[in-house]
Design a protein around this ligand. Structure first.
Ligand SMILES: [Zn+2]
Length: 316
């Protein structure tokens, strides 16, 4: 899988060449009229003006990918590799080739997105766990970009709906949050570590990133329209309705928070799919299969239950 020169890179390159050429042509024709008062022999420099305009436009429109190439070409620090290996089971279970791709995606994510601590320190481990939570659900989605995400805010612990995490607030029940049409995602540091350590069927950070993935089509509505065709989307709605019915009658092992709304259903089911896939595949095969189509991954072939058990034992 290509991590820098993706399909979107090629589209960007084509777009940049077309726009830069148009701007250069316009500059060449317009410069005698626009610059005649500045210097009289402007006609002699039309070619040069067009070349400068072309270069300036092209460099600025492709700067993202040049920066990205530089970020990805840096070697991964050995310390990062051992933190990922110790704390992120998903990474540890990947093949050598996929591990390399994961590392590059982590480097690019950390090079492009801001992670800010609010009342708490941000160290390398926090950054790597945030990046892992972002990369895991989209690892096999070709060309994925978190276009609507600008910054990740890390709070020390749970917070309330007024974003207060002070121990004086007794209503701190929010573990993480994505506000629609805002470029930020908020995650509690405590929950970030807990999600990767306990692996008890949930991972709040992955849950929040799934909301952000859901939002990339414009709405956080639990309908992953970018990942499913019309027929698959109808299947998703049918399977979701059946699972909600099971949940309401106490016959589903999905976390009941999935009943909070259609967007929450996707995020909760997604957490389960990435955290304990073999169990989900056995207990909710239809739901597992449609999530496999959404996220383009067969997680049960990566996170084996036995490896998961040993990982949890080691991290106790
Ligand atoms: Zn949620």
């Amino acid at each position: 899988m290509e991590v820098v020169f993706t399909r979107r890179y090629k589209i960007n390159l084509f777009f940049s060449l077309a726009v830069s050429l148009t701007a250069a042509t316009f500059a060449s024709y317009a410069s005698p009229y626009l610059l005649k008062d500045v210097f009289s022999s402007v006609e002699n420099y039309q070619g040069g003006i067009a070349a400068v305009v072309f270069i300036v436009f092209h460099l600025s429109l492709t700067s993202k990918y040049r920066k990205r190439k530089k970020i990805a070409s840096a070697p991964l620090p050995e310390e990062w590799r051992s933190i990922l290996s110790d704390l992120v089971l998903f990474y540890r279970m990947l093949s050598a080739d996929d591990k390399y791709i994961f590392e590059k995606k982590v480097q690019i994510f950390l090079g492009e997105k801001r992670i800010t601590g609010i009342g708490t320190d941000i160290d390398t481990t926090v950054k790597l766990l945030v990046a892992s939570a972002a990369i895991i659900p989209v690892f096999k989605i070709e060309d994925w970009e978190y276009d609507t995400l600008g910054e990740i805010l890390v709070y020390p612990d749970r917070f309330n709906h007024d974003y207060s995490f002070s121990s004086d607030s007794d209503d701190r029940d929010v573990l993480g949050m994505v506000v629609q049409h805002s470029s930020s995602l908020i995650i509690s540091k405590k929950e970030l570590f807990k999600g990767f350590k306990c692996m008890d069927g949930g991972n709040t950070a992955i849950h929040e990133f799934i909301h952000k993935i859901d939002e990339e089509d414009g709405e956080i509505d639990g309908l992953p329209v970018l990942m499913l065709n019309k027929h698959e989307l109808a299947e998703w709605k049918r399977i979701r309705a059946a699972e909600i019915e099971k949940l309401e009658s106490g016959r589903s092992d999905l976390d009941s928070y999935a009943l909070s709304g259609e967007a929450e259903f996707l995020a909760v089911a997604g957490e389960y799919f990435f955290d304990h896939p073999e169990k989900m595949k056995e207990k909710n095969p239809e739901l597992y299969n449609i999530l496999k189509t959404i996220f383009k991954q067969d997680t049960a072939s990566i996170i084996k239950s036995e490896a998961r058990r040993l990982f949890r034992l080691k991290r106790k």
